[in-house]
Design a protein around this ligand. Sequence first.
Ligand SMILES: N[C@@H](CCC(=O)N[C@@H](CS)C(=O)NCC(=O)O)C(=O)O
Length: 215
Amino acid sequence: MIKLYGFKISNFYSMVKVFLLEKGFEFEEVYIEPTYSEPFLELSPVGKVPFIEVEEGYLSESTAIMGFLESCIPDLPMTDQDSFRRAQMAQLIKVVELYIAVEYSRLLGYVFFGQSLNQAVADNAKPNMVKGLSAVQRLSNFSPYLLGEEVTMADFFTYYVLKTAIPVAQKVWDWDIVAEVEGLADWMQLMSQRPMVKQVDNEHRAAIAAFMENV
Ligand SMILES: N[C@@H](CCC(=O)N[C@@H](CS)C(=O)NCC(=O)O)C(=O)O
């Protein structure tokens, strides 16, 4: 059986967990905290969660994991059958990862873990996030999902990246990034109502509350 490693306060862990649930996989969750040291790096080479364990070995990076899972159960597709539209989905995911996720991740220490704000990092991150959000607007049609009538991997990826980007932008710049993209608020609401997303988001919220109590 697939094993999903990580912890519930991670938005990337939530993303992959929802994907597993939506695709109907049976899996086991294994609690592990990320660390940049051996032997963890044997399992996840840049020291991050989530990663999965399957018969063939260990796999990290959420997009690689979801791509693999997608190919295992193709009869519940979360990608378009058309190769150009599939590439457009990959384009959107890449934009969200490079211009939003990578940028906010450099500010997490300040937003969630009591570290001081590195103003140079913040100043550098914002223009890239503006570009990323503007690209999300151009690449999405919100009818009702980002790329059309069917939910795809891009919806799960973007939803969970934004779930963390939103509080980061709020705290660092007092910036409402949802208002930046027309259609985003309704789409976030739509995604949040999917039963598996609801379940995982409740677990995520509870895990964050427990974590904050212990800080
Ligand atoms: N690019 C990775 C990002 C995963 C990620 O950022 N994981 C965070 C938790 S949400 C982590 O493990 N952080 C530990 C660290 O950076 O030391 C993916 O797509 O899975």
